[in-house]
Design a binder for this molecule. Structure first.
Ligand code: AHN
Ligand code: ZN
Length: 344
């Protein structure tokens, strides 16, 4: 069975990462030099304006469908709408459909949506976000709300909103490189806080990207660079240099953060390294795409342990709704990533 074949390396990678993290506490790590391919080759290209109002409208449109819980009708209707949008922007859309098993043994449908721009180009960037929303608000202060699905305006909605607006830009002005936008499904069905947790719980997250990593949408899929957007729409978001991103793609991190700084978004993209986290980028990396994770992690909520960074207080609660979404944050991320792509 394919799954077994991959489970071991996945576990190995995480164990290894953990060892490296522990071992590095006492060593001075000099970052490796920036590789030539991380240097921009289209520095002088004109970058079309990322319209944050449009991205906001795309976030709201998703939320208006209702929670996008895998297997539900809002989920399927929202997926159809996303596919239609991408096609209207001239993308070649590939849908990966399957089923997957959640932490509690339930079988749910899975639908990864891939949009190719300039499919013939060998030089490619992969932009990704998850589009499903969590079936639980298991971190809510109100226990009665734990088993109710959340809006996921930020967690799910924001990454898709930013990338749909970028797809709109690609239709107006084609980037020089090839771009694949991947919307992963069933990222957020991981073992809830109210359930019994086990050692293998990392594999209950990111089921769509695990599926894709075992079986990419194209044989010998090759992309030189990946950027994952996760929770990129909340007011006062801070993006840190996530540990795994720094390990596999320090050049991309450096380039993205320096673009952000030069555009005046340095208060969002902060110059500090945070701990490695489990997210779709881990599985994109295992599939061979060196990917960074742009994810809102805050120093004040140290939910992830001493000296670590935690997610915002709205995370996995019913407060993750449109009221926390800020157009300025969407603009900071969308403008930065647009510059990265057009100048790559
Ligand atoms: C964990 O909570 C283990 N990882 C974060 C992945 C995630 C969930 N991103 C959004 N929701
Ligand atoms: Zn989540």
């Amino acid at each position: 069975m394919m799954y077994k074949k991959f489970k071991q390396p996945f576990r190995f990678a995480f164990t290894l990462a953990l060892l490296v993290l522990t071992a590095c506490e006492s060593c001075t790590d000099t970052p490796p030099p920036v590789k030539p391919e991380d240097k921009p080759t289209n520095e002088s290209v004109n970058v079309p304006k990322f319209q944050a109002d449009s991205a906001y409208a795309f976030v709201k449109a998703q939320v208006d469908f209702g929670p996008r819980v895998p297997g539900s009708s809002p989920h399927s209707a929202c997926g159809d709408w996303m596919v239609a949008k991408l096609k209207s922007y001239g993308a070649n859309v590939i849908e990966q459909k399957g089923t997957t098993t959640t932490y509690d043994g339930k079988s749910v449908p899975l639908r990864n949506i891939i949009a190719e721009f300039n499919p013939a180009s060998k030089k490619r960037i992969t932009l990704a976000a998850h589009w499903d929303t969590r079936p639980f608000g298991d971190k809510d202060s109100n226990e009665g709300m734990w088993k109710k699905p959340i809006d996921g305006a930020n967690d799910g909605g924001s990454g898709v909103g930013v990338l749909l607006e970028m797809a709109r830009l690609f239709s107006a002005q084609a980037p020089k490189v090839g771009v694949d936008i991947i919307f992963f499904d069933v990222e957020d069905y991981g073992t809830p806080e109210f359930a019994t947790q086990t050692d293998n719980d990392v594999y209950t997250w990111c089921l769509g990207s695990q599926y894709w990593a075992r079986q990419p949408h194209k044989v010998n899929y090759n992309s030189q660079c990946g950027i994952l957007l996760d929770m990129v729409g909340a007011k006062d978001a801070t993006f840190n240099k996530e540990g795994k991103s720094m390990e596999v793609a320090i050049g991309t991190v450096g380039r993205v953060w320096s673009i952000a700084e030069s555009l005046g978004y340095g208060s969002y993209f902060q110059d500090r390294t945070a701990q490695e986290i489990v997210d779709d980028h881990q599985f994109m990396i295992l599939a061979g795409v060196p990917t960074i994770d742009i994810i809102d992690m805050r120093q004040e909520t140290q939910a992830m342990g001493l000296s670590g960074y935690g997610f915002g207080s709205f995370h996995h609660t019913h407060n993750d709704n449109m009221s926390i979404i800020d157009t300025k944050t969407l603009e900071a991320v969308g403008t930065t990533v647009s510059h990265f792509v057009y100048k790559y």
